[in-house]
Write a protein that binds this ligand. Structure first.
Ligand code: NAD
Ligand code: MG
Length: 386
């Protein structure tokens, strides 16, 4: 039996993880749950899964939640509470599914406490890939990808050695605006951007998918997860989201992983590896696929993808700035304050202002994240958008 702590249990990944647990009650036990502020859903989850520890990030919600479920679980709050859930004594695997940089410190603490990680929170590796991968090695824990592309790459690599890999081919759906012109992109709304063609996900990653920043973040995630240089990572737009990614080997062989777009498959594999558990639902039928298309991404139109490669080339601290400024720009866009194209423009100007810092500590990452958000907000306030 695996004993799990689920950080971000009320989100898209968190709730799908709990569905898997519900379908396989003899495989998993929930040790801890942690979420930001949705106490109605968190209460229902506590009643159903009976975690030993429950954490609520928003401290103003603590009293009310305590009233509802106080006797059923050890309830904690704030960042400290989230950390309690991340390092819960009897838990062996932490599902890192908080959105954004908020997931970094809990994941870092979980690794230090010797927990295996099922990683959905890509921002952790974008902002602190070098620090995190070092801690994973030092603490001899396993970090497995939940992100569908990285799960595909992990499965395609299989037992091949690192030296046998010549290229990682990261597929991208292209998002809802793949075929739009630059002029059309100027006019898209928040509602348009929230309509992803193939996946149903949280709001932040859905906007990231529309700008292709999600693919940029995934390039950085792949760089750290698989120890490959950016030059060996190729992004390929594949609108059907059937080929979830592929690996090219030195002898010219390409191995890919295919499946219907369903996040429960990579989530479950990260929890059961090296075993596979049966899963219900529709299966991929190759003969019913009408066509599979692959294109080069347009990085003029989707500048965010280009900026991610630029940040990788600049150095680790630039990736912190890319991530922090992106989170802030996405927030401004969702609040209706900036246009879709301003997201990339503001991130670019924030990166322009950054001077590389070497040998980052986890505290430096937090400081730099703050700087990026402030800088982006200042640029916005002085009207430095388009
Ligand atoms: P979501 O917005 O649906 O859920 C986020 C979860 O994090 C919620 O439970 C929320 O309560 C919690 N949370 C937010 N801020 C928090 C804080 N400060 N402290 C504690 N908890 C906090 O997001 P999601 O779509 O589930 O994505 C989660 C992560 O997984 C992201 O990093 C995303 O990039 C990654 N991911 C998601 C998908 C997907 O299909 N949704 C696919 C691949 C990767
Ligand atoms: Mg992905």
């Amino acid at each position: 039996m695996k004993r799990l702590s689920i950080l971000g249990s009320t989100g898209s990944i968190g709730t799908q993880t709990l569905e898997i647990i519900k379908e396989n009650p003899s495989e998993f036990v929930v040790e801890a749950l942690a979420a930001n502020s949705n106490i109605d859903l968190l209460e229902a989850q506590v009643r159903e899964f009976k975690p030993r520890i429950t954490a609520i990030r928003d401290e103003t919600k603590y009293k009310e939640l305590k009233k509802r479920i106080g006797g059923m679980t050890q309830l904690t709050a704030g960042l400290e509470g989230i950390t309690d859930a991340a390092v819960a004594e009897n838990c062996d695997t932490v599902v890192s599914a908080i959105v954004g940089i908020a997931g970094l410190v809990p994941t870092y603490n979980a690794i230090k406490a010797g927990k295996n990680i099922a990683l959905a929170n890509k921002e952790t590796l974008v902002a602190a890939g070098r620090i995190i991968t070092k801690e994973v090695k030092k603490n001899k824990v396993r970090m497995l990808p939940v992100d569908s592309e990285h799960s595909a790459i992990f499965q395609s690599i299989g037992s091949n050695s690192r030296n046998a890999i010549s290229k990682i081919i990261l597929t991208a759906s292209g998002g809802p605006f793949r075929t739009k012109t630059m002029e059309e992109l100027e006019a898209v709304t928040v509602q348009d951007a929230l309509k992803h063609p193939n996946w149903s996900m949280g709001r932040k990653i859905t906007i990231d998918s529309a700008t292709l920043m999600n693919k940029g973040l995934e390039v950085i995630e792949a760089r750290w997860l698989f120890d490959v240089m950016p030059e060996a990572i190729e992004v390929c737009v594949h609108p059907q989201s059937i080929v979830h990614s592929a690996v090219e080997f030195v002898d010219g062989t390409v191995i890919a992983q295919l499946g219907l777009p369903d996040m429960k498959i990579p989530i479950q594999y990260a929890l059961t590896y090296p075993e596979r558990l049966a899963m219900g639902g529709k299966k991929l039928s190759l003969t019913s696929i009408v066509e599979l298309n692959f294109y080069k991404p347009d990085t003029e139109k989707f500048k965010c993808l280009r900026l991610a490669f630029r940040a990788l080339e600049m150095g680790d601290s630039a990736c912190v700035v890319l991530n922090g400024s992106n989170e802030e720009a996405v927030r401004l866009f969702l609040d209706g304050k900036i246009s879709f194209l301003d997201i990339g423009n503001l991130i670019e100007r924030t990166l322009d202002k950054h001077k590389i810092i070497k040998d980052l500590s986890i505290d430096d990452v937090a400081d730099l994240d703050r700087w990026s958000r402030e800088t982006l907000n200042n640029l916005y306030k002085v009207g430095c958008c388009s």
